[in-house]
Ligand binder design. Structure first.
Ligand code: GDP
Length: 378
């Protein structure tokens, strides 16, 4: 549940965005600590784990004087291999399909910059962003229809037997998905939270939560341009999230870092109107977390302050299992600090003195930025 994939036609800026995310986040972490402290593992050039920047965690680590700060990680994949007409021809590359099936959220990158030097989709000269979005969507819809045609007949047969509760439960959700596909709409546009709970692993690509990323020129990084405006309107009418980024600007800004100083990077981003010079990528990664429906709690002590990502709505045992799988069963109760209290009173120990620590049971639904200490049975 922590992997998001960049999808789009060639030459729309996916690799630029991927590299900018990787380098910005890596530089950001190295600024705070040495590399050995960090469990970075680059699996292959198109897959990376990035730390999600978290100023609140930095502040917590500072107050608790932790020796180490460990950020939450999400995986980002640059999924190349989608080309125009792929689904109609020989079918999309198997590698493309298997990679995209493995991610839990999709960043659909659409080209909204004009550059005569960069070839767009070959056979069409240039596509408007809305056409480009629809054309990529169409490829994915066709792939999903193929899945539906393979899976549904068997599922319908199984669902006729009242004993097969699994099939009876999931069939209506599949049928609903198919109906959307047949209308040329992505499955995500019709699925409710309840549907997702019923069939958490629904095998349609277009069911994946998706953020449309309008990649614009540096000059338009702040407010977007006419092209990204068209795309945003189109998405807005369909309840589809859409955001603006300039991959090229983020990449250039990242290269302006000097050692562990990001002063020039921020200054450069600010000169293009970005607030506080914050890389837009940090915002995008936070949006990815939102798409994946995950949030975080902290643990903190002298040795380490750390963020742990968990599904929203997770209760204490599931949160504990993020640390150790066997923690879950042994968990008896959890001590809980509110982040605001820790800031207000100046630390965990101060909060304890003032009685600002609450003890919760296994039923406790963990809240964003809680600071937790799990207590196990003896
Ligand atoms: P990919 O094939 O989707 O991974 O696209 P790339 O990231 O390789 O980008 C293709 C080309 O477009 C490269 O030459 C990039 O430098 C260029 N590019 C990417 N983003 C922008 C942008 O915002 N503005 C301009 N002018 N060029 C860009």
């Amino acid at each position: 549940w922590r992997s998001c994939g960049l999808v789009g036609y060639p030459n729309v800026g996916k690799s630029t965005l991927f590299n900018a995310i990787t380098q910005t986040m890596m530089a950001w972490v190295l600024q705070k600590q040495s590399a050995e402290n960090y469990p970075f593992c680059t699996i292959d050039p198109n897959v990376t784990k990035v730390a999600v920047a978290d100023p609140r965690l930095d502040e917590l680590a500072r107050i608790e004087q932790s020796e180490k700060t460990t950020y939450g990680l999400i995986e980002v994949r640059d999924i190349a291999g989608l080309i125009k007409g792929a689904a109609k021809g020989a079918g999309m590359g198997n590698a493309f399909l298997s990679h995209i099936r493995g991610v839990s959220a999709v960043l659909h990158v659409v080209r909204c910059f004009a550059d005569v030097n960069v070839t767009h989709v070959e056979d069409q000269g240039s596509l408007s962003p809305v056409q480009e979005y629809e054309s990529v969507l169409e490829e994915l819809l066709i792939a999903d229809l193929e899945v539906a045609s393979k899976r549904l007949p068997a599922l319908r047969r199984k669902a006729q037997s009242p004993k097969d509760t699994e099939a009876t439960r999931s069939l209506p959700v599949f049928e609903k998905g198919l109906a959307a596909l047949e209308k040329g709409e992505p499955v995500r546009s019709v699925l409710t939270d309840d549907d997702r709970d019923l069939v958490p692993d629904i095998p349609f690509i277009t069911a994946k939560p998706t953020l449309v990323v309008a990649n614009v020129d540096a000059e338009s990084a702040k407010d977007g341009n006419e092209l990204s405006g068209q795309l945003a309107d189109y998405c807005g009418q369909r309840g589809q999230r859409c955001t603006v980024v300039s991959a090229k600007l983020e990449m250039e800004a990242c290269q302006l870092r000097e050692g562990d100083s990001d002063a020039f990077q921020r200054e450069y981003l600010m000169s293009f109107g970005l607030e506080r010079g914050e890389p837009a990528l940090m915002r995008i990664l936070r949006e990815c977390m939102d798409l994946m429906d995950i949030h975080y709690y902290y643990t903190s002590g002298q040795d380490e302050s750390r963020a742990w990502f968990i599904p929203k709505g997770a209760k204490a045992p599931e949160a504990a299992a993020a640390i150790h799988t066997d923690f879950d069963k042994k968990l008896e109760k959890v001590e809980c600090w509110r982040y605001e209290d820790v800031m207000k009173y100046g630390g965990l120990a101060e909060c304890r003195k003032r009685g600002r620590v609450s003890t919760k049971g296994r039923d406790y639904v963990v809240q964003t930025a809680d600071i937790l200490e799990f207590k196990t049975k003896r």
